[in-house]
Ligand binder design. Structure first.
Ligand SMILES: [Zn+2]
Length: 441
Protein backbone atom coordinates (compact mmCIF):
# COMPACT_ATOMS: atom_id res chain seq x y z
CA UNK A 1 0.00 0.00 0.00
CA UNK A 2 1.38 3.38 -1.04
CA UNK A 3 1.07 6.49 1.12
CA UNK A 4 -0.23 8.71 -1.68
CA UNK A 5 -1.40 7.99 -5.22
CA UNK A 6 -1.86 10.83 -7.71
CA UNK A 7 -3.50 9.97 -11.01
CA UNK A 8 -5.02 11.28 -14.25
CA UNK A 9 -2.64 14.25 -14.34
CA UNK A 10 -0.81 15.70 -17.29
CA UNK A 11 2.65 14.83 -15.97
CA UNK A 12 5.70 16.83 -16.96
CA UNK A 13 8.35 14.59 -15.45
CA UNK A 14 11.42 16.61 -16.61
CA UNK A 15 13.03 13.16 -16.76
CA UNK A 16 14.42 12.78 -20.30
CA UNK A 17 13.64 9.04 -20.24
CA UNK A 18 9.98 9.56 -19.32
CA UNK A 19 9.06 12.92 -20.93
CA UNK A 20 5.49 14.12 -20.59
CA UNK A 21 2.84 11.55 -19.59
CA UNK A 22 -0.82 12.39 -20.30
CA UNK A 23 -3.15 10.75 -17.78
CA UNK A 24 -0.12 9.83 -15.69
CA UNK A 25 -0.02 8.24 -12.25
CA UNK A 26 2.54 8.68 -9.50
CA UNK A 27 2.85 6.69 -6.28
CA UNK A 28 4.61 7.91 -3.15
CA UNK A 29 5.88 6.01 -0.15
CA UNK A 30 7.82 7.40 2.79
CA UNK A 31 8.38 10.76 1.13
CA UNK A 32 9.91 9.16 -1.97
CA UNK A 33 8.51 8.74 -5.48
CA UNK A 34 8.07 4.97 -5.88
CA UNK A 35 6.45 4.65 -9.28
CA UNK A 36 5.66 6.84 -12.28
CA UNK A 37 3.58 5.40 -15.12
CA UNK A 38 0.74 5.74 -17.59
CA UNK A 39 -2.04 3.34 -16.58
CA UNK A 40 -3.58 1.41 -19.46
CA UNK A 41 -7.30 2.09 -20.13
CA UNK A 42 -9.32 0.26 -17.48
CA UNK A 43 -6.24 -0.65 -15.46
CA UNK A 44 -7.01 -0.93 -11.74
CA UNK A 45 -4.98 1.56 -9.69
CA UNK A 46 -2.99 0.32 -6.70
CA UNK A 47 -4.16 0.99 -3.18
CA UNK A 48 -2.98 4.01 -1.26
CA UNK A 49 -3.84 5.77 1.99
CA UNK A 50 -4.67 8.91 0.01
CA UNK A 51 -5.74 8.80 -3.64
CA UNK A 52 -6.17 12.05 -5.56
CA UNK A 53 -7.67 12.45 -9.01
CA UNK A 54 -5.74 15.22 -10.78
CA UNK A 55 -7.76 15.33 -14.00
CA UNK A 56 -7.47 18.80 -15.53
CA UNK A 57 -4.23 19.51 -13.70
CA UNK A 58 -0.57 19.45 -14.56
CA UNK A 59 1.82 17.63 -12.21
CA UNK A 60 5.52 18.49 -12.25
CA UNK A 61 8.55 18.58 -9.98
CA UNK A 62 8.72 21.46 -7.50
CA UNK A 63 10.74 24.42 -8.74
CA UNK A 64 14.28 25.06 -7.50
CA UNK A 65 15.28 28.65 -6.79
CA UNK A 66 19.07 28.56 -7.10
CA UNK A 67 19.76 31.97 -5.54
CA UNK A 68 17.92 33.88 -2.82
CA UNK A 69 18.46 36.12 0.19
CA UNK A 70 15.27 35.24 2.04
CA UNK A 71 15.15 37.92 4.80
CA UNK A 72 15.30 40.62 2.12
CA UNK A 73 11.55 40.24 1.57
CA UNK A 74 11.39 42.95 4.26
CA UNK A 75 13.19 45.37 1.90
CA UNK A 76 11.03 44.66 -1.15
CA UNK A 77 10.48 47.98 -2.93
CA UNK A 78 12.48 49.99 -0.37
CA UNK A 79 15.06 51.20 -2.91
CA UNK A 80 14.61 50.63 -6.63
CA UNK A 81 16.02 51.97 -9.88
CA UNK A 82 19.60 52.42 -8.64
CA UNK A 83 22.99 51.09 -9.79
CA UNK A 84 24.33 48.09 -7.83
CA UNK A 85 27.00 49.96 -5.85
CA UNK A 86 24.86 52.86 -4.63
CA UNK A 87 21.94 50.44 -4.09
CA UNK A 88 24.17 48.24 -1.92
CA UNK A 89 26.27 50.84 -0.12
CA UNK A 90 23.72 53.62 0.38
CA UNK A 91 20.57 51.58 0.90
CA UNK A 92 20.81 47.85 1.42
CA UNK A 93 23.87 47.51 3.66
CA UNK A 94 22.74 50.41 5.95
CA UNK A 95 19.17 49.05 6.11
CA UNK A 96 20.56 45.63 7.03
CA UNK A 97 22.79 47.17 9.71
CA UNK A 98 19.81 48.97 11.24
CA UNK A 99 17.00 46.49 10.89
CA UNK A 100 18.31 42.96 10.54
CA UNK A 101 18.29 40.99 13.79
CA UNK A 102 17.75 37.28 14.34
CA UNK A 103 14.04 38.05 14.84
CA UNK A 104 13.60 40.15 11.69
CA UNK A 105 15.68 37.71 9.60
CA UNK A 106 13.40 34.91 10.81
CA UNK A 107 10.30 36.95 9.99
CA UNK A 108 11.56 37.88 6.50
CA UNK A 109 12.53 34.29 5.77
CA UNK A 110 9.10 33.03 6.86
CA UNK A 111 7.44 35.52 4.56
CA UNK A 112 9.74 34.33 1.75
CA UNK A 113 8.84 30.68 2.41
CA UNK A 114 5.14 31.52 2.24
CA UNK A 115 5.65 33.29 -1.09
CA UNK A 116 7.85 30.53 -2.53
CA UNK A 117 5.62 27.63 -1.50
CA UNK A 118 2.47 29.35 -2.78
CA UNK A 119 4.17 29.92 -6.16
CA UNK A 120 5.50 26.38 -6.58
CA UNK A 121 9.07 26.56 -5.29
CA UNK A 122 9.97 23.60 -3.09
CA UNK A 123 13.75 24.15 -2.80
CA UNK A 124 15.80 27.30 -2.48
CA UNK A 125 19.50 28.03 -2.22
CA UNK A 126 20.06 30.95 0.11
CA UNK A 127 22.91 33.10 1.30
CA UNK A 128 22.52 35.48 4.19
CA UNK A 129 23.93 36.62 7.49
CA UNK A 130 22.15 35.11 10.51
CA UNK A 131 21.69 31.88 8.58
CA UNK A 132 20.58 30.10 11.76
CA UNK A 133 17.49 32.31 11.92
CA UNK A 134 16.83 31.57 8.24
CA UNK A 135 17.32 27.86 8.85
CA UNK A 136 14.78 27.89 11.67
CA UNK A 137 12.21 29.65 9.47
CA UNK A 138 12.75 27.32 6.52
CA UNK A 139 12.53 24.24 8.76
CA UNK A 140 9.25 25.48 10.27
CA UNK A 141 7.88 26.08 6.78
CA UNK A 142 8.73 22.52 5.67
CA UNK A 143 10.75 23.63 2.65
CA UNK A 144 13.88 22.05 1.28
CA UNK A 145 16.91 24.35 1.21
CA UNK A 146 20.63 24.82 0.91
CA UNK A 147 21.43 27.67 3.29
CA UNK A 148 24.71 29.56 3.27
CA UNK A 149 26.05 31.58 6.18
CA UNK A 150 27.26 34.87 4.73
CA UNK A 151 30.95 35.78 4.82
CA UNK A 152 32.07 39.36 4.19
CA UNK A 153 35.11 41.36 5.32
CA UNK A 154 33.24 44.03 7.22
CA UNK A 155 30.91 43.98 10.21
CA UNK A 156 27.61 42.33 9.28
CA UNK A 157 24.40 41.40 11.14
CA UNK A 158 25.35 38.72 13.67
CA UNK A 159 29.06 38.95 12.82
CA UNK A 160 30.37 42.13 14.46
CA UNK A 161 34.00 41.04 14.17
CA UNK A 162 34.79 40.29 10.51
CA UNK A 163 37.98 38.45 11.44
CA UNK A 164 35.67 35.73 12.79
CA UNK A 165 33.44 35.53 9.68
CA UNK A 166 34.68 32.12 8.53
CA UNK A 167 34.56 30.77 12.10
CA UNK A 168 30.88 31.79 12.26
CA UNK A 169 30.22 30.05 8.96
CA UNK A 170 31.85 26.83 10.17
CA UNK A 171 29.83 26.98 13.40
CA UNK A 172 26.66 27.28 11.35
CA UNK A 173 27.64 24.32 9.16
CA UNK A 174 28.46 22.18 12.20
CA UNK A 175 25.20 23.10 13.91
CA UNK A 176 22.97 22.28 10.91
CA UNK A 177 24.90 19.54 9.12
CA UNK A 178 22.74 16.66 10.33
CA UNK A 179 19.81 18.45 11.92
CA UNK A 180 17.10 18.18 9.25
CA UNK A 181 16.78 15.92 6.20
CA UNK A 182 15.42 18.90 4.24
CA UNK A 183 18.24 21.27 5.00
CA UNK A 184 21.85 21.42 3.85
CA UNK A 185 24.13 24.08 5.28
CA UNK A 186 26.53 25.95 3.02
CA UNK A 187 29.07 28.78 3.07
CA UNK A 188 28.35 31.92 1.08
CA UNK A 189 31.12 34.44 0.38
CA UNK A 190 29.48 37.70 -0.67
CA UNK A 191 31.88 38.39 -3.57
CA UNK A 192 35.53 38.54 -4.66
CA UNK A 193 35.49 42.31 -4.04
CA UNK A 194 34.10 42.26 -0.48
CA UNK A 195 36.25 39.32 0.73
CA UNK A 196 40.06 39.22 0.76
CA UNK A 197 41.96 36.41 -0.96
CA UNK A 198 42.70 35.03 2.48
CA UNK A 199 39.03 35.04 3.50
CA UNK A 200 37.97 33.45 0.21
CA UNK A 201 40.50 30.63 0.53
CA UNK A 202 39.70 29.99 4.19
CA UNK A 203 35.97 29.87 3.44
CA UNK A 204 36.40 27.54 0.45
CA UNK A 205 38.68 25.27 2.47
CA UNK A 206 36.12 25.10 5.28
CA UNK A 207 33.35 24.28 2.78
CA UNK A 208 35.45 21.56 1.14
CA UNK A 209 36.44 20.06 4.50
CA UNK A 210 32.82 19.82 5.61
CA UNK A 211 31.55 18.75 2.17
CA UNK A 212 29.14 21.66 1.77
CA UNK A 213 28.38 23.96 -1.15
CA UNK A 214 30.51 27.10 -1.52
CA UNK A 215 28.54 30.00 -3.03
CA UNK A 216 29.79 33.35 -4.30
CA UNK A 217 28.43 36.30 -6.34
CA UNK A 218 30.85 36.53 -9.28
CA UNK A 219 31.32 38.94 -12.19
CA UNK A 220 27.95 40.57 -11.58
CA UNK A 221 28.76 43.98 -13.10
CA UNK A 222 31.19 45.32 -15.66
CA UNK A 223 32.65 47.62 -12.98
CA UNK A 224 33.45 44.56 -10.84
CA UNK A 225 35.19 42.84 -13.75
CA UNK A 226 37.18 46.00 -14.53
CA UNK A 227 38.17 46.48 -10.90
CA UNK A 228 39.32 42.86 -10.73
CA UNK A 229 41.40 43.34 -13.86
CA UNK A 230 42.97 46.49 -12.38
CA UNK A 231 43.71 44.91 -9.00
CA UNK A 232 44.54 41.33 -9.91
CA UNK A 233 45.35 41.54 -13.61
CA UNK A 234 42.66 39.07 -14.68
CA UNK A 235 38.93 38.41 -14.88
CA UNK A 236 36.95 37.50 -11.72
CA UNK A 237 36.66 33.87 -12.90
CA UNK A 238 40.42 33.58 -13.49
CA UNK A 239 41.04 35.21 -10.11
CA UNK A 240 38.86 32.63 -8.37
CA UNK A 241 40.54 29.86 -10.35
CA UNK A 242 43.96 31.13 -9.31
CA UNK A 243 42.84 31.03 -5.66
CA UNK A 244 41.72 27.41 -6.09
CA UNK A 245 38.05 28.20 -5.55
CA UNK A 246 36.55 26.53 -8.62
CA UNK A 247 35.40 22.91 -8.44
CA UNK A 248 32.16 20.91 -8.45
CA UNK A 249 31.41 22.13 -4.91
CA UNK A 250 31.21 25.79 -6.01
CA UNK A 251 28.17 27.74 -7.17
CA UNK A 252 28.91 31.00 -9.01
CA UNK A 253 26.04 33.46 -8.79
CA UNK A 254 25.26 35.84 -11.69
CA UNK A 255 28.37 35.18 -13.85
CA UNK A 256 27.35 38.00 -16.17
CA UNK A 257 30.77 39.26 -17.34
CA UNK A 258 32.44 36.06 -18.55
CA UNK A 259 34.39 35.73 -21.79
CA UNK A 260 34.88 32.55 -23.81
CA UNK A 261 37.94 31.48 -21.85
CA UNK A 262 36.16 32.11 -18.52
CA UNK A 263 33.34 29.84 -19.65
CA UNK A 264 35.81 27.06 -20.51
CA UNK A 265 37.46 27.45 -17.11
CA UNK A 266 34.10 27.14 -15.31
CA UNK A 267 33.05 24.17 -17.45
CA UNK A 268 36.35 22.34 -16.90
CA UNK A 269 36.26 22.98 -13.16
CA UNK A 270 32.78 21.48 -12.73
CA UNK A 271 31.55 24.60 -10.91
CA UNK A 272 27.87 25.49 -11.38
CA UNK A 273 26.13 28.79 -12.12
CA UNK A 274 23.00 30.41 -10.71
CA UNK A 275 21.48 32.60 -13.43
CA UNK A 276 19.40 35.53 -12.13
CA UNK A 277 18.09 37.38 -15.20
CA UNK A 278 15.54 39.68 -13.53
CA UNK A 279 18.00 40.89 -10.89
CA UNK A 280 20.64 41.47 -13.58
CA UNK A 281 18.10 43.43 -15.62
CA UNK A 282 16.78 45.49 -12.71
CA UNK A 283 20.25 46.48 -11.52
CA UNK A 284 21.35 47.12 -15.11
CA UNK A 285 24.17 44.62 -14.64
CA UNK A 286 24.11 43.05 -18.09
CA UNK A 287 23.13 39.80 -19.80
CA UNK A 288 24.92 36.60 -18.80
CA UNK A 289 26.01 34.43 -21.77
CA UNK A 290 23.53 31.73 -20.75
CA UNK A 291 23.26 29.88 -24.09
CA UNK A 292 27.07 29.50 -24.00
CA UNK A 293 26.93 28.09 -20.45
CA UNK A 294 24.41 25.49 -21.59
CA UNK A 295 26.46 24.65 -24.70
CA UNK A 296 29.57 24.21 -22.54
CA UNK A 297 27.71 21.70 -20.33
CA UNK A 298 27.81 23.83 -17.17
CA UNK A 299 25.15 22.97 -14.56
CA UNK A 300 22.91 26.04 -14.49
CA UNK A 301 20.05 26.81 -12.12
CA UNK A 302 17.64 29.72 -12.19
CA UNK A 303 17.51 32.17 -9.29
CA UNK A 304 15.43 35.19 -8.35
CA UNK A 305 18.08 36.78 -6.11
CA UNK A 306 16.79 38.74 -3.09
CA UNK A 307 13.46 40.54 -3.07
CA UNK A 308 15.12 43.96 -3.05
CA UNK A 309 16.45 43.37 -6.56
CA UNK A 310 13.72 41.44 -8.39
CA UNK A 311 11.23 42.13 -6.56
CA UNK A 312 9.47 38.79 -6.12
CA UNK A 313 10.29 35.11 -5.67
CA UNK A 314 8.05 33.80 -8.47
CA UNK A 315 10.14 31.39 -10.55
CA UNK A 316 7.46 31.27 -13.26
CA UNK A 317 8.22 34.93 -13.97
CA UNK A 318 11.92 34.15 -13.90
CA UNK A 319 11.45 31.33 -16.44
CA UNK A 320 9.58 33.67 -18.76
CA UNK A 321 12.36 36.26 -18.48
CA UNK A 322 15.16 33.71 -18.93
CA UNK A 323 13.53 32.41 -22.11
CA UNK A 324 13.03 35.88 -23.63
CA UNK A 325 16.07 37.88 -22.50
CA UNK A 326 18.56 35.79 -24.46
CA UNK A 327 16.40 35.79 -27.58
CA UNK A 328 16.41 39.58 -27.67
CA UNK A 329 20.10 39.83 -26.86
CA UNK A 330 21.10 37.34 -29.58
CA UNK A 331 18.36 38.49 -31.96
CA UNK A 332 17.54 34.79 -32.23
CA UNK A 333 14.19 33.37 -31.06
CA UNK A 334 15.48 29.79 -31.10
CA UNK A 335 17.85 30.17 -28.12
CA UNK A 336 16.70 29.06 -24.66
CA UNK A 337 13.54 27.22 -25.71
CA UNK A 338 10.77 26.58 -23.19
CA UNK A 339 11.77 22.98 -22.43
CA UNK A 340 15.37 24.03 -21.72
CA UNK A 341 14.15 26.70 -19.34
CA UNK A 342 11.81 24.32 -17.48
CA UNK A 343 14.76 21.96 -17.12
CA UNK A 344 16.87 24.78 -15.69
CA UNK A 345 14.21 25.70 -13.10
CA UNK A 346 13.99 22.08 -11.89
CA UNK A 347 16.72 19.55 -12.72
CA UNK A 348 19.32 22.16 -13.62
CA UNK A 349 18.85 23.84 -10.26
CA UNK A 350 19.01 20.52 -8.45
CA UNK A 351 22.26 19.67 -10.22
CA UNK A 352 23.74 23.11 -9.53
CA UNK A 353 23.04 22.68 -5.81
CA UNK A 354 24.52 19.19 -5.66
CA UNK A 355 21.06 17.65 -5.19
CA UNK A 356 20.68 16.26 -8.69
CA UNK A 357 20.07 12.68 -7.53
CA UNK A 358 17.47 13.75 -5.02
CA UNK A 359 15.22 16.40 -6.61
CA UNK A 360 14.37 18.08 -9.93
CA UNK A 361 12.33 15.44 -11.76
CA UNK A 362 9.45 13.03 -11.23
CA UNK A 363 11.68 9.96 -11.18
CA UNK A 364 11.31 6.85 -9.00
CA UNK A 365 13.78 7.04 -6.13
CA UNK A 366 13.75 10.82 -5.96
CA UNK A 367 12.10 12.85 -3.22
CA UNK A 368 8.39 13.55 -3.61
CA UNK A 369 8.79 17.30 -4.17
CA UNK A 370 6.06 18.20 -6.61
CA UNK A 371 3.51 20.80 -7.61
CA UNK A 372 0.04 20.74 -9.15
CA UNK A 373 -1.01 23.43 -11.62
CA UNK A 374 -4.66 24.13 -12.33
CA UNK A 375 -5.00 24.06 -16.13
CA UNK A 376 -8.68 24.93 -16.14
CA UNK A 377 -8.18 28.65 -16.74
CA UNK A 378 -8.63 30.94 -19.74
CA UNK A 379 -4.95 31.82 -20.08
CA UNK A 380 -3.95 28.14 -20.15
CA UNK A 381 -6.55 27.06 -22.75
CA UNK A 382 -6.09 25.40 -25.22
CA UNK A 383 -2.89 23.51 -24.46
CA UNK A 384 -0.51 22.19 -27.12
CA UNK A 385 2.89 22.06 -25.43
CA UNK A 386 3.06 21.92 -21.59
CA UNK A 387 6.53 23.54 -21.39
CA UNK A 388 5.27 26.47 -23.45
CA UNK A 389 2.45 27.20 -20.99
CA UNK A 390 4.76 26.79 -17.99
CA UNK A 391 7.25 29.33 -19.34
CA UNK A 392 5.17 31.77 -21.38
CA UNK A 393 1.64 31.73 -19.93
CA UNK A 394 1.51 30.42 -16.35
CA UNK A 395 2.38 32.36 -13.19
CA UNK A 396 3.00 31.30 -9.61
CA UNK A 397 -0.65 32.08 -8.86
CA UNK A 398 -1.67 29.07 -10.99
CA UNK A 399 -0.06 26.64 -8.53
CA UNK A 400 -2.81 24.80 -6.64
CA UNK A 401 -0.99 22.22 -4.49
CA UNK A 402 2.58 21.81 -3.32
CA UNK A 403 4.28 18.81 -1.73
CA UNK A 404 7.74 18.59 -0.18
CA UNK A 405 9.19 15.18 0.69
CA UNK A 406 5.75 13.58 0.59
CA UNK A 407 4.08 16.20 2.81
CA UNK A 408 1.47 18.58 1.45
CA UNK A 409 2.45 22.16 2.26
CA UNK A 410 -0.13 23.86 0.03
CA UNK A 411 -3.63 22.55 -0.80
CA UNK A 412 -6.08 24.51 -2.93
CA UNK A 413 -3.78 27.56 -2.81
CA UNK A 414 -3.72 27.61 1.01
CA UNK A 415 -0.64 27.09 3.14
CA UNK A 416 -1.26 24.30 5.61
CA UNK A 417 1.57 25.02 8.05
CA UNK A 418 1.47 28.79 8.40
CA UNK A 419 -0.94 31.53 9.44
CA UNK A 420 -0.38 33.78 6.43
CA UNK A 421 -2.68 36.55 7.65
CA UNK A 422 -0.77 36.90 10.90
CA UNK A 423 2.54 36.65 9.06
CA UNK A 424 1.59 39.47 6.69
CA UNK A 425 0.39 41.67 9.57
CA UNK A 426 3.69 41.19 11.39
CA UNK A 427 5.71 41.87 8.24
CA UNK A 428 3.68 44.99 7.48
CA UNK A 429 4.32 46.27 11.02
CA UNK A 430 8.04 45.63 10.53
CA UNK A 431 7.85 47.51 7.23
CA UNK A 432 6.27 50.53 8.96
CA UNK A 433 9.19 50.52 11.40
CA UNK A 434 11.73 50.38 8.55
CA UNK A 435 10.02 53.18 6.65
CA UNK A 436 9.55 55.44 9.72
CA UNK A 437 13.28 55.31 10.42
CA UNK A 438 13.70 57.14 7.11
CA UNK A 439 16.00 56.59 4.21
CA UNK A 440 19.50 55.78 5.37
CA UNK A 441 21.95 58.63 4.84
ZN1 LIG B 1 22.46 37.67 -4.56
Amino acid sequence: VFDILLHSALMVTVDPAAGNIPGGALAIHGGTIEKVWQPAPGEALPEARETIDLAGNLLMPGLVNAHTHLPMTLFRGLADDLPLMSWLNEHIFPAEARHISPESAHLGARLACAEMLLSGTTTCCDGYFLASAVAAAVTEAGMRAVLGQGVIDFPAPGVSDPSRNVVHAVEFVDAWQARSPLLRPSIFCHSPYTCSARTLQAAKKAAANTGVLFQIHTAETRAEAEQCRAEHGCSPVRYLQRLGLLDEGTLLVHAVWLDGEDIHIVADSGAAIAHCPQSNMKLGSGVAPLPDFVAAGIAVGLGTDGCASNNDLDLFGEMDTAAKLHKVQRLNPTVMNAAEVVFMATQGGGRALGLGDCIGSLTPGKQADLIVIDLNQPHLTPLYHPASHLVYAATGADVRDVMVAGHWQVRNRRLLGMDVELLMQTAAAQGRMISSSGRPT
